[in-house]
Design a protein around this ligand. Sequence first.
Ligand code: FE2
Length: 179
Amino acid sequence: MARNKKRQQTRRHTEDSQAAEVDQQHPLEMLREDHQALQGLLTQFEKGNGRARQKIADEALTMLDIHTQLEEKVVYPAIREATGDDQGIDEAEEAHHAVSSIMKELRKGKTKDTRYAAKMKILTENIQRHIESEEQETFPEAEKADIDWQEVGQETMALRRRLMRKMGGKNGMSLKKAA
Ligand SMILES: [Fe+2]
């Protein structure tokens, strides 16, 4: 998929795409906001109890699912293509793979189950490592690369909208970012 600036220069912009440029959020900024929101939910989970705790866990899992898909389907391929950093992106994808197996088990269970809290703790530790690795290494490197962030941003937002329509309604997750 064409994402570099040279191709961008030859592409014709319609009035709609020019309008979208004005208020479109940078995709890495969107992902950093996801990280913050996830950290907030995981902290609330640790402190919460009862039904509220289940709701928080469900929301965190949905948010993480959407975040992971945005990275794997749109942002990582763009970074891989521009930086040629196969090892870094392979490692990030393997980290997602490790998290996805814990997520599957959590989705099948309930907060009252034995080991649910233990699994959430392991998930939280994995997410912390994911955030550190992306925010300290992957994203700063990507920001130096020749990437058409406008195009990546449009694809990221389109996928976010689709996924939120599909998953967001299930547990009342905020659709603010899909607006
Ligand atoms: Fe991330």
